[in-house]
Design a protein around this ligand. Structure first.
Ligand SMILES: CC(=O)N[C@H]1[C@@H](OP(=O)(O)OP(=O)(O)OC[C@H]2O[C@@H](n3ccc(=O)[nH]c3=O)[C@H](O)[C@@H]2O)O[C@H](CO)[C@@H](O)[C@@H]1O
Ligand SMILES: C=C(OP(=O)(O)O)C(=O)O
Length: 422
């Protein structure tokens, strides 16, 4: 197993190209199941999660071919089956989103209950209610969801989500595009990844309107066709490197991204004393002076993303004063706090609130995390800490960060990957 070794206290300076968004790429990949035509995805991030999703799609009969220039060709001309087995679903959340497309195209699907980051219970009840609203019959059997469309296929339906769910909104869209009639989805998630998926589906011939707002309307069509689609830039990777630059200090420009997708973070970074200069498709982050403590609460988009909460906590460890961080999306997403404490941070967690008391003189130590964003928060803290920080369980990082060490080293970070001793 690999580990990441960081010698901190090197200011960062340079340019980091932002990759395509993991959380969009995975749902776009699932969309290939809706058509016999080729879905050619550009700006694909090369990640453990996208590889894993490709394995699942291959199992379902999809011809998946990586092409130069971060392109992935997916063709589901002949499906080999409609079952997504436990071993190919358990590692991550987005694999569950193959259920809707299979159900819409083949009239049935059998999909294992999903895995994903261990950050809370993460049920799939909203996904299943959405499928039922489109006419599907759902049963649970031995850890699998069995879904069956009515004779003649899924029908347009009215879905009012009781609370906002990114995955359920995307899943409902992925099924409703091929349903007969019109579907109306209310209280939808508004994340940029939802718009990316809707725009790609429309390019395939779907009729989806309202994505990016709370109400999405879908007029079902009888079939979808081939398209070429560039994956939207990863706003979580963007925010992560922005906070790495703020924590380590220096002057870093992130390129190939959409500044508007991180407004909540930019506001908090500016309040913390960090300079954020937004360009058309880039953002420059400069931090020379002290960091001010800022309170923050996660919220669905356009609020502060839960996927950047751990990184923000790492930054606040360095701030002058106390900051209160409230996690409102997942009930168990402070697993990084005890690990940050190993590096010298002072953090009190009570329920869904963490009080971070800075500035803590961080010192390198061996640490490990239990999920993707928690792991990268330890990398950020390591960049600001004196001495050597060793982050184990790198497979979490590999799920969602493409060439992390390369991108940070190019900006002057002393960071390397090595084999863990047995
Ligand atoms: C692969 C992917 O895109 N993952 C992202 C997606 O996860 P994911 O789509 O799983 O997150 P959701 O928005 O669905 O989850 C929000 C909340 O709703 C709950 N819930 C969700 C569905 C459901 O059927 N029942 C239910 O109770 C969840 O447990 C959570 O507490 O959005 C999250 C919130 O921005 C991000 O942190 C994840 O990185
Ligand atoms: C929680 C995440 O991913 P997943 O939903 O796949 O667990 C994440 O990307 O931070």
């Amino acid at each position: 197993m690999d580990r990441i070794v960081i010698r901190g206290k090197q200011p960062l300076s340079g340019t980091i190209p932002v990759s395509g968004a993991k959380n969009s790429a995975l749902k776009l990949m699932a969309a290939c199941l809706l058509t016999e035509g080729e879905l050619l995805l550009e700006n694909m991030p090369r990640l453990a999660d996208t590889r894993f999703m490709a394995h699942l799609l291959a199992h379902l009969g999809v011809k998946a071919e990586e092409q130069s220039g971060n392109r992935l060709s997916l063709t589901a001309a002949n499906l080999a089956g409609t079952t997504a087995p436990y071993d190919l679903v358990r590692k991550m959340r987005a694999t569950f989103n193959v259920l809707g497309p299979l159900l819409a195209r083949e009239g049935k699907a059998k999909v294992s209950l999903p895995g994903g980051c261990a950050i809370g219970a993460r049920p799939v009840d909203l996904h299943l209610k959405a499928m039922e609203a489109l006419g599907a019959k759902i049963t649970l059997e031995e850890g699998y969801v069995l879904a069956e469309a009515p004779a003649g296929g899924l029908k347009g339906g009215h879905i009012v989500f009781p609370f906002v769910s990114v995955g359920a909104t995307e899943h409902a869209m992925l099924a409703a595009v091929l349903a007969k009639g019109t579907s109306k989805l209310e209280n939808c998630a508004r994340e940029p990844e939802i718009e990316d998926l809707a725009n790609c589906l429309n390019a395939m011939g779907a009729k989806v309107s309202g994505a990016g707002t709370g109400t999405i309307t879908i007029e079902g069509v009888s079939s979808l066709g081939a398209t070429v689609w560039p994956v939207v830039a990863d706003r979580i990777e963007t925010g992560t490197y922005a906070m790495a630059a703020a924590a380590a200090g220096g002057d870093v420009t992130l390129t190939g991204m959409v500044p508007a997708h991180n407004q909540a973070l930019w506001a908090d970074l500016r309040e913390a004393g960090v300079t954020v200069e937004e360009g058309e498709t880039s953002v420059r982050i400069v931090r020379n002076g002290p960091i001010r403590a800022v309170d923050m609460q996660t919220a669905p988009y356009p609020g502060f993303p839960t996927d950047l909460q751990a990184q923000f906590m790492a930054l606040m460890c360095l701030a002058d004063g106390a900051s209160v961080i409230r996690e409102t999306i997942f009930e168990n997403r402070f697993m990084h706090a005890p690990e940050l404490t190993r590096l010298g941070a002072r953090i009190d967690v009570r329920g869904n609130e963490a009080v971070v008391r800075g500035p803590a003189p961080l010192k390198g130590a061996p640490v490990m995390a239990t999920d993707l964003r928690a792991s990268v928060s330890l990398v950020i803290a390591g960049l600001a800490a004196e001495g050597e920080t060793i982050v184990s369980r790198v497979y979490h990082l590999d799920r969602g960060f493409e060439r992390l060490e390369e991108k940070l080293s190019a900006c002057g970070a002393d960071i390397r990957r090595e084999k863990e001793e047995a």
